[in-house]
Design a binder for this molecule. Structure first.
Ligand code: NAD
Length: 479
């Protein structure tokens, strides 16, 4: 399959430009370790131009009639839909996920953009009964220019969720997408530019992440800081934003527990959970990652899970039939070795996988571990990779206590055939996203977001626009 990798540039004030100093970073194909291109790194002067553009673009976009704004955003969604194959190939090249997964992601984000654009038209304020002669109303207005930072695991999904919500709400945005998946971000922004988003409304930068975020967050132009990524970086950015009294939207990591109750169908549960585990090679913030299985169904669940892991076809995501690509970068490969090494040192058994594949590229075998102690690193830190530790339990309350014992609170999954047990799980899990009897992915009609250290604020659903709006109370005496 031939793939044209895009020219990587910054998009500032309606122009595609190279970074001021000419400094770049290489983008590496995880399936081959070859260099795909070079991403320009923004200087402070580039960032200042992006900020000035967002400051000018904001009132222009806010005051554009909403019907016109929606039409432009829908046109961008149509362009993206038409280019789905090309954008998906770029994504697979630079991130590694199988082409089918990448294509599905592109089509879903185009639909998410349509959904947000339409939802903004119905995001009504309200009139509150008041004294005669006084109109008391509540209005929602766009918060202002947004600074957004997105990671490499969903190269289209993460940036689009922020761009779609910001632009639908009437905000301008400066987004620093991941330097490691810059090509997909460039393709997305091209669609908006060609659809007629006015200059300055959407600005795309790349650079040294810590420098870019410090610079943008400190600027008085920025009114909201939106981030998707790890908990430690999220905390760092939230502290910086707090110093400036700026609100934040934080979509951070998770370590999703899966509880398989005694009355669940262990074979069906294992098949569904294993499928979800190896999507995007486990590099998903909601990936099922701690499997707590009632001892009475433990063997049936584990045997089925191991068989499903061994049936995963690992390879270059551009090749037909591949169901799991490489890890996205070398850091994840090293992290997998550490998780597995630590678990083995503490007495775990590797039921399948547990090692890097002997070929070029960042490939790691789908891995199942049993006899894993609860204090092993894999049971405590987010694995963000194709590792499945399976642990037996006896008592449901004990399983829930283990599930809730970490500071994360993003996704949680339960398998049971009892309505009463399902309700115990639904009320007992400390998590923002719950699925019972499956490990479903997110849909844009419903909000996604975590509790505890997994973050705050929602993306998707009518709630998805809230972070991008401010509420104004207006009391108007008519005479
Ligand atoms: P990392 O924590 O250094 O980076 C995560 C993301 O944050 C990257 O896109 C990076 O460019 C960005 N980033 C880092 N420092 C930043 C800063 N000071 N300002 C702005 N952006 C910054 O680690 P990594 O190796 O890229 O990813 C590893 C871990 O990150 C994973 O183990 C996982 O826990 C987490 N992660 C979570 C998500 C998610 O969807 N919640 C996505 C990617 C990574």
């Amino acid at each position: 399959m031939t793939v044209e990798y895009p020219q990587l540039q910054l998009y500032i004030a309606g122009e595609w430009v190279d970074g001021g100093t000419g400094q770049t970073a290489p983008v590496i194909a995880p399936a081959t370790e070859e260099i795909l291109g070079h991403v320009p790194l923004a200087t402070a002067a580039d960032l200042d131009r992006a900020l000035a553009a967002a400051a000018t673009g904001f009132p222009l976009w806010r005051d554009t009639p909403i019907v016109r704004r929606t039409a432009i955003l829908r046109a961008a969604a149509e362009l993206l839909t038409r280019r789905a194959d090309r954008v998906a190939r770029v994504m697979t090249l630079e991130q590694g996920k199988p082409f089918g997964e990448a294509r599905g992601e592109v089509l879903r984000v185009a639909d998410a953009l349509r959904w947000d654009a339409e939802d903004a038209r119905r995001h009504y304020g309200r009139i509150i009964p008041s004294e005669p002669g006084t109109v008391l109303s509540v209005r929602h207005e766009p918060i202002g220019p947004v600074a957004a930072f997105t990671p490499w695991n969903f190269p289209a999904g993460s940036p689009m969720r922020k761009i779609a919500a910001a632009l639908s709400a009437g905000c301008s945005i400066v987004i620093k997408a991941s330097e490691e998946t810059a090509g997909t971000a460039v393709e997305l922004v091209r669609c908006f530019a060609e659809a007629g988003v006015p200059e300055g409304v959407l600005n795309l930068v790349f650079g040294e992440p810590a420098e870019v975020s410090a610079h943008l967050i400190a600027s008085p132009v920025i009114r909201l800081v939106a981030f998707t990524g790890s908990v430690p970086v999220g905390k760092l950015l939230a502290v910086r934003a707090g110093r400036e009294m700026k609100p934040t939207l934080m979509e951070l990591g998770g370590h999703a527990p899966v509880i398989v109750a005694a009355d669940a169908d262990p074979v069906a549960a294992a098949k569904r959970a294993a499928f979800a585990k190896f999507v995007n090679a486990g590099q998903v913030c909601t990936s099922p990652s701690r499997f707590l299985v009632h001892h009475s169904v433990f063997d049936a669940f584990t045997d089925t899970f191991v068989a499903a892991a061994e049936a995963v076809v690992v390879g270059d995501g551009l090749h037909e039939g591949v169901t799991m690509g490489p890890l996205a970068n070398e850091r994840r490969l090293k992290a997998m070795d550490e998780f597995v090494g630590d678990a083995i040192a503490r007495g775990a058994t590797v039921r399948t996988g547990g090692h890097r594949l002997d070929r070029p590229g960042y490939f790691f075998a789908p891995t199942v571990l049993t006899e894993v102690p609860l204090d092993a690193k894999i049971m405590v830190d987010e694995p963000f990779g194709p590792l499945a530790p399976i642990v037996p339990f006896t008592d449901l309350d004990e399983a829930l206590a283990i599930a809730n014992s970490l500071p994360y609170g993003l996704a949680a999954y339960g398998f049971t055939n009892s309505a009463a047990t399902a309700e115990r799980l639904v009320t007992g899990f400390e998590a923002g996203i719950l699925s019972i009897n499956h490990c479903g992915g997110s849909v844009h009609e419903a909000p996604s977001g975590g509790v505890k250290e997994s973050g705050h604020g929602k993306e998707g659903g009518p709630e998805g626009l809230e972070a991008y709006l401010v509420t104004k109370r207006v009391s108007h005496k008519l005479a």
